[in-house]
Design a protein around this ligand. Structure first.
Ligand SMILES: Nc1ncnc2c1ncn2[C@@H]1O[C@H](COP(=O)(O)OP(=O)(O)O)[C@@H](O)[C@H]1O
Ligand SMILES: [Mg+2]
Length: 361
């Protein structure tokens, strides 16, 4: 368990990066810190492993003030993963992963065996251990970064925008991998991102920060979507997703909206909105992120995997899953024949589910 108690960080130039933060990260969960750039996410994260010390207040791990720990020892018990992986360029992948066990006094042979196991754990073939970081793709480097952070089997993992530099398709693969790993490893993970969709997808709890280092809301993701604490959170989670209001209410009472669509093989028409890719005339295949462009015609390869589909008339839980698993934050609704019918937001699905609960009570 990690506790922030009245934590404030004021930099010497007067910038208040974190303002009286009070928050508890439960052991064995993924907690996501999300918010726009400059709102104090990184500063908060780094106060856990003492890369930064608070100006006031305290950070406790399992009840113990981190300032009582030796920083070097503390960090061995805390894995740290950053954007672009931060690998040592002149060491092989295997040696990168073996770094922390070696620092902890393991023999070279034992550290390397452990490193090889970890490459497998994060889904990389053993041969890649011999390569240098520059010889891997961005996504592979991030996997190595995760393997390195896990090497000493730390109970805590701090991840600062670890997947922000890779393209959306690879990012989704890495997110899936992290969720799978967490299912096995049960770490206490604090994950920083500026992307609300990533936060909602990964977080069991999500902390939304605003400018000035203020915690705006700390809740389960579905709660944040359904009941934003204020206008800031509401704007932040509801950022324009290209969702064009209501087109009809289905027989479950669920409001269905519409988005732009493109056909695979269709002409190139870039959109500033999330756009749904259709195949065979009307079957949803995936999403194009705002601003996506191609030379010529769209192909299925251009589409981001789309999350689950919701078939009209089936239990509403499926509509919520569809919305939460969609990269666009919009669940795709299909008819019995699998044809695109519209989209739903998690917020609206939850409203319908709740109003039924109230009626039933
Ligand atoms: N060393 C520093 N000195 C002065 N201001 C800083 C320093 N590091 C960060 N800041 C400022 O503190 C605020 C929070 O930064 P940061 O925690 O990096 O935000 P985030 O990770 O949410 O983008 C920003 O206004 C940033 O400019
Ligand atoms: Mg940051």
């Amino acid at each position: 368990m990690i506790e922030f108690r009245d934590v404030t960080k004021k930099y010497p130039d007067g910038t208040v990066a974190v303002d009286e933060l009070n928050l508890t990260v439960e052991a064995g969960t993924i907690t996501v810190f999300v918010g726009p750039s400059g709102c104090g996410k990184t500063t908060s994260l780094r106060m856990v492993n003492r890369m930064i010390d608070p100006s006031a207040g305290e950070v406790l791990i399992d009840g113990e003030d981190v300032r009582k720990s030796d920083p070097a020892l503390l960090r061995r018990g805390i894995g740290y993963v950053i954007q672009q992986a931060g690998l040592f360029p002149h060491r092989t992948v295997l040696d990168n992963v073996a770094t922390v066990p070696l620092l902890s006094g393991w023999t070279k042979a034992k550290a390397r065996t452990r490193a090889a196991e970890l490459l497998e754990t994060v889904g990389l073939p053993a041969e890649m251990g011999k390569r240098f970081p520059a010889q891997l793709s961005g996504g592979q480097q991030q996997r190595v970064g995760v393997a390195r952070a896990l090497a000493a089997d730390p109970p805590i993992l701090l991840m600062d925008e670890p997947f922000s530099a890779v393209d959306p398709v690879v990012r989704e693969g890495l997110q899936d991998e992290l969720l799978r790993l967490q299912g096995e490893l049960d770490k206490t993970i604090v994950f920083v991102t500026h992307d609300i969709d990533e936060a909602v997808r990964l977080g069991e709890k999500v902390a939304v920060f605003r400018q000035g280092g203020v915690l705006a809301q700390y809740d389960a993701p579905a709660e944040i979507l359904a009941r934003p604490a204020d206008d800031f959170v509401s704007d932040f989670v509801g950022r324009d997703r290209g969702y064009r209001g209501l087109s009809f209410v289905d027989n479950e009472g669920l409001p269905i909206g519409q988005v732009d669509t493109v056909l695979v093989g269709g002409a190139h028409s870039p959109s500033q909105q999330w756009t749904l890719v259709l195949v065979d005339g009307d079957k949803p295949r995936g999403w194009l992120a705002p601003g996506s462009t191609v030379d010529g015609e769209w192909t299925t390869a251009d589409a981001l995997a789309g999350g689950s589909l919701y078939t009209r008339g089936t239990p509403l839980r499926g509509a919520l899953d569809a919305a939460l698993s969609s990269p666009a934050g919009l669940g795709v609704v299909v008819d019995d024949a699998g044809a695109y019918a519209g989209v739903v937001t998690a917020e609206e699905v939850l409203k319908v589910i709740e109003s039924r609960r109230e009626t039933a009570e």
